[in-house]
Design a protein around this ligand. Structure first.
Ligand code: SF4
Length: 386
């Protein structure tokens, strides 16, 4: 049986303001009960550490996401990391990422997170244009991005990601080119560039339905996409995933683990986890989303499951293809065969053949990969396996 590296995701669900485009599990609370949330996280972590599926497995990466994790007291982060280390142990070069909002950070907080053991920061910048930031309803200004980045460097962070968004209403290619050039000048080790999408059930979706925004058409979206890849390649950032770019040796180990179908534990409100059992079945769970319901249920039984399921081998195989095609290196055929007992094509030949014939997909060096022609159509190609 294949045993994958093990990852831990910790969800901090609180935000100062709900951005209108956001469909993450984030909640605005005037004064979060940090002490109670810390107690719940530690109880849940101990619960999962006691499960046979996770016995004797050290952690390969940790990602603290949200919400706005940089609102949390550094002492909470330190306590959770200490508990995780005690329960599982850490690989020697473990990657530990914290998501940070530039509007919530100060020197003391950055220093506290660094001292707690965070060795990678992921900053939600989204834009450096003040008007765009206001439209996005971000709580930070462009000046605060520069200040936060400088402070992060000054306290010792040598591995920083900046999250960016393109395809905003009325944004043209020249504006995005200028933003990208400015961002490149920061010299961050990693950049994530996503196109704005109108997610269902967000405030943005409701506003867009009554008074549509001038969002880019397909041609302009494709221009944004291609320009981003070309400009970042010139600047030394390799596209190792559809929206993620890194300098040499700096790809995000944690997110890459999701695309490689590794096992992970998720703790916190709305978090989810996944493990493969000895028979090859894939188990998955998701936690209750409201922080209050989450904490209350963890108090009574150590976990707070909203839903769980066991995936059939074929469904798990489809999921591994769907997610694995996002990686530039594609899916390793030998790994797939060992994990899912049959080759990719014996499961999905009928679904994938048209894409292979049309040159959107290629099978080479025992890997299934999207071609340059297929990359912009990742979702369409990958979802044919379902
Ligand atoms: S800061 Fe991030 S998580 Fe919070 S509401 Fe805005 S987009 Fe969502």
């Amino acid at each position: 049986m294949l045993v994958s590296p093990l990852q831990l995701y910790i969800h901090i669900p609180y935000c100062i303001h709900k951005c209108h485009y956001c469909d993450f599990n984030s909640h605005v609370r005037e004064q979060p009960d940090w002490q109670a949330y810390q107690v719940a996280l530690i109880s849940e972590l101990k619960h999962w550490a006691s499960q046979p599926a996770y016995h004797h497995r050290v952690l390969h990466s940790i990602f603290i996401g949200g919400g706005t994790p940089s609102l949390a007291p550094p002492s909470l982060i330190a306590a959770i990391l200490a508990c995780a280390k005690q329960c599982f142990g850490f690989e020697k070069d473990i990657e530990i990422t914290l998501e940070a909002n530039p509007g919530t950070m100060d020197v003391q907080a950055f220093q506290g997170f660094y001292d707690a053991g965070i060795n990678r920061l992921s900053m939600g910048v989204q834009s450096l244009n003040q008007k765009e930031l206001q439209w996005l309803e971000r709580i930070h200004s462009s000046d605060e991005v520069y200040q936060a980045f400088d402070v992060a460097r000054s306290v010792g962070f040598q591995n920083i990601n900046l999250d960016l968004m393109y395809g905003l209403p009325k944004q043209n290619l020249e504006q995005w080119q200028a933003s990208l050039d400015t961002i490149i000048d920061f010299g961050a080790e990693h950049l994530s560039c996503y196109q704005l999408t109108v997610e269902p059930h967000t405030q943005l979706a409701a506003r867009h339905a009554t008074s549509p925004y001038a969002l880019p058409d397909d041609d302009l979206s494709l221009s944004f996409f291609h320009h981003t890849r070309e400009r970042l390649a010139d600047a030394g950032y390799a596209a190792y995933e559809i929206s993620n770019f890194s300098q040499q040796g700096k790809k995000c180990r944690h997110n890459d683990g999701y695309w490689l179908y590794h096992d992970y534990i998720g703790i916190g409100a709305g978090a989810s986890g996944k493990w493969d059992d000895a028979m090859g079945a894939t188990h998955r769970y998701s936690n209750k989303k409201s922080p209050e319901s989450y904490m209350q249920q963890v108090r009574t039984c150590g976990k707070s499951i909203l839903s769980d399921e066991i995936l059939s081998l074929k469904k798990a195989a489809a999921e591994a293809v769907w997610i694995g095609l996002r990686r530039s290196q594609g899916i390793d055929g030998a790994w797939f065969q060992q994990r899912f007992k049959q080759s990719i094509l014996s499961y999905f030949q009928q679904d994938l053949e048209p894409w292979l014939q049309s040159g959107h997909l290629i099978w080479q060096d025992k890997k299934l990969q999207l071609t340059d022609k297929g990359i912009p159509l990742t979702d369409a190609v990958a979802s044919t396996v379902f």
